[in-house]
Write a protein that binds this ligand. Structure first.
Ligand code: ADP
Length: 485
């Protein structure tokens, strides 16, 4: 039931409930086009039908009045042979009049020669129609005239009868009831067409929405492509032919990108690998020269020390690049085993504090829960050393660094907190990107490579964990690792 609602009613709900309409969307444009076309089409048919119906009704009344006018002339001529012409006229006028048909005859000088009785009584007189008709100028012929809220077909024709003075016969046919019925019919026709157009609009909107859904699906699929999935072509069985062509081109582009990405990774890997050996040689040579160089001048010693420090930083950079390349190639296989995390915390603290070239603050281990997780012991130690190292480097020596380990609901949480430089809000989302540094100078002078946090995130995620940061400028930072236990 829920899925039925979702499939059939939800699009309608979205359609009607959406407060904003995107005028640039294909769906809106197609729907608007279809609705406009149906409005024009159905509107034109309705208008034509209304007009035709009106014509048919009016024509039948026109014919009726014209017919009565002709008969009246013949009847008067006939009865004039049997009685005085004026009496014959009165008789025929009365005989031909009905409840909705009034007749009157006027001489050329305007004198009323005869009139139907209904003109002098009943609703014709009460509504003031008789008075209005008798006083208004009426041209010869047949026309529809509004009198008050009545509608009349009025026919005026010359009455040439030898025994009578020249006169005009007027016949008024009351078509108010027919006219109102017709108006109501046209209103109903309009309402029905509007309802029909609304239904059509909804049906077309749903149909168009459905027809465009493969585009949305394709968009979703394309949005999920990452550097690691470049080699997996997208496929959408329900896509129409036009979209299949686009999909083919898109997949070709993905294949080219995947190839280029693979070449780039291999290149970085190879270069780092090739540079590592000669660099180790240089580093060894510099260190042994410094160890045995009792007769070096202070300037030579300083120069060699700077060269040794830079070589060591570059060696570290190469090793981090290699680690990252291996992780993204899938070559950096993790050796996962159940490990007591507090042991690794202690090992990392010992390592990080021992390797600092400058005086640094104290590292305090607080709140250490006992937690066992399946991790790569050595890699997790590298992660913790990197974070502790950063915390010490970006704090003054008198500011301590605190580490805690908690275990809760299937997750172990290691927090490394410092009270140092902190990270501005707008940089916090970028610090895990390769070579991103908040303060380039400070980072370089303290031996940073700019790849430490990138490696931390890659390693932690490879072990199924997460890493996040909370920081305030000049107040300090907390880096939090969450590892599934
Ligand atoms: P680096 O080798 O330059 O330290 P990282 O990837 O380890 O590179 O860190 C990226 C940037 O994040 C650093 O340059 C630094 O600006 C900032 N950063 C990392 N850790 C801290 C910290 N604990 N306190 C303040 N800034 C930090």
């Amino acid at each position: 039931m829920a899925s039925f609602w979702h499939k059939s009613i939800a699009p309608l709900h979205n359609l009607l409930g959406k407060p904003q309409i995107d005028v640039r969307s294909l769906q809106t444009r197609l729907t608007a086009g279809v609705v406009l076309t149906s409005l024009v089409g159905v509107g034109a048919v309705t208008a034509w039908m209304g007009w035709r119906m009106q014509q048919i009704v009016l024509d039948s009344h026109r014919q009726r009045t014209a017919l009565v006018a002709d008969r009246l002339r013949e009847d008067v001529q006939y009865y004039s042979t049997m009685m005085p012409p004026q009496e014959a006229l009165d008789k025929v006028v009365e005989y031909r009049s009905t409840g909705d048909l009034a007749i009157w005859v006027e001489a050329e000088d305007g004198e009323l020669m005869a009139q139907s009785e209904i003109l002098t009584m009943g609703s014709w007189q009460a509504a003031g129609v008789s008075a209005a008709l008798l006083s208004m100028p009426i041209v010869p012929g047949t026309e529809v005239m509004p009198v008050g809220d009545w509608r009349l077909v009025v026919c005026a024709e010359a009455l040439d009868i030898a025994a009578l003075p020249a006169a005009t016969v007027y016949i008024a046919d009351d078509i108010t009831a027919d006219y109102r019925g017709l108006q109501q019919l046209i209103r109903m026709l309009l309402l029905t067409s509007l309802g029909l157009i609304s239904l059509l609009a909804i049906a077309f909107a749903l149909y168009i929405r459905r027809a465009l859904s493969p585009i949305r699906q394709l968009n979703r699929l394309a949005g999920q492509v990452t550097a690691d999935t470049l080699d997996q072509p997208l496929s959408l069985a329900t896509a129409p032919t036009e979209l299949q062509e686009l999909l083919r081109s898109y997949n070709l582009m993905l294949a080219r990108l995947s190839k280029a990405w693979g070449q780039q990774k291999r290149l970085v890997n190879d270069i780092s690998h090739e540079l590592r050996t000669p660099l180790s040689l240089v580093q060894g040579y510099l260190e042994s020269t410094l160890r045995r160089g009792q007769n070096l001048t202070p300037a030579q010693r300083e120069g060699l020390e700077i060269a040794a420090a830079e070589t060591s930083r570059t060696a570290r950079l190469l090793s981090e690049i290699l680690d990252l390349a291996r992780l993204s190639n899938g070559q950096g296989v993790l050796n996962l085993e159940p490990v007591n995390l507090s042991d690794i915390v202690y090992e990392a603290v010992a390592l990080a504090t021992k390797t600092q070239p400058y005086p640094v603050g104290q590292v305090n281990v607080v709140d250490l829960a006992s937690a066992v997780a399946k991790v790569d012991r050595q890699k997790l130690r590298t992660v913790l050393v990197e974070l502790i190292d950063n915390a010490l480097r970006y704090s003054d020596p008198q500011q301590p660094v605190q580490i805690s380990l908690e275990q809760q609901a299937g997750w172990a949480t290691v927090a490394i907190q410092d009270y140092g430089a902190g990270i501005p809000d707008h940089c916090q989302g970028d610090i895990f990107d390769p070579f991103y540094r908040v303060n380039e100078d400070r980072s370089r002078s303290s031996g940073g490579t700019g790849l430490g946090l990138t490696l931390v995130r890659s390693l932690v995620e490879a072990m199924g964990g997460q890493v996040s940061v909370q920081s305030q400028l000049n107040q300090g930072s907390v880096f939090t690792l969450r590892i599934p236990t």
